[in-house]
Design a protein around this ligand. Sequence first.
Ligand code: 9Z3
Length: 328
Amino acid sequence: MMEEEGSWEHFFAVHLPPTDFEDNRSLLKEFCERHDRHGHKIVLVTSGGTTVPLEHNTVRFVDNFSAGKRGAASAEYFLEHGYAVIFMHRQKSLEPFTRHFTGQKLLDMLDIQERGPNTTITVKPDSVDVLAPVLLRYKAAHSAGAILHVAFTTVSEYFWLLRAACESLSALGPRAVLYLAAAVSDFYVPKDRVPTHKMQSGSGAPVIQLHLVPKMLAPLVNLWMPSAYVVSFKLETDENLLIPKARAALDKYKHKMVVANMLQTRHHRVVLVTPESSQEILLTREEVHAGADIESPLVASIVQLHAASCGSDVTRAPLADCGPAPPR
Ligand code: 9Z3
């Protein structure tokens, strides 16, 4: 069958799966089957930006701003609410738990007593209060096998993983939540227009034409995950477009919710747009100053709406009952 150019079917027909795809597919399958057997809820959290390679042997690529804070923080809050989490993230973007100790923060918390072969490293007393709660939550999540990390870099790797995750998650029906916080490129260079080798400046200034990425939300909602609780995100830089575009996406794809946010204020203001309502979540200046995460009230609201949409008996067993952690 010849797929129409620009369609999602054509995208998958033209772009080969990533080299580690089968490994990730098996991990996703095992994770979903294990949690499904226990009647758990699973959320797929996508996080970070995708790249668009400009050469097959990639030296240069188009990227975007996303640091992955939204996804990494949200994954932690979903775990607290008893969800198993598939954390599908851009390689090297922020990750749950370690996000608290980026840059020099971790090393600043440590002391070293140099005594040759008996050298010891200890956590500074005033840092134990910061490190201990995060470490406890990290250990609990991993020993319960409650979180699975899978990583992508390019937009095509993202789509292959997304479809594989949906394939394994669909068995959970309404117990599955999709929380699509990754900043996925809207534009890309189709495979057959990408040169094999590094572009040479001697050939003059390149003219690069970007094409539209197919809208994967359509097959995702209609074909891959018709019973799941699907939450997409809408990012804008013009406030006037924000809510109208979020509503337009809901009307078009008929999923459960769009979380609307502005680039500049995304870490202290979001608007939850559903077919029935709009709810703004705002952090105060003091909360922002104290390091509060907006993802805490955001995830709490989504968890409540998810429970209401699929009945309160969706979780039959606590997460701790769920087998050993898969190897990372
Ligand atoms: C978001 O809107 C996320 O909230 C952010 C989080 C990417 C802004 P950070 O990673 O930022 O914490 O730095 N994600 C979706 C953005 C997006 O690309 N949406 C597209 C659109 O708005 C496709 S649905 O059209």
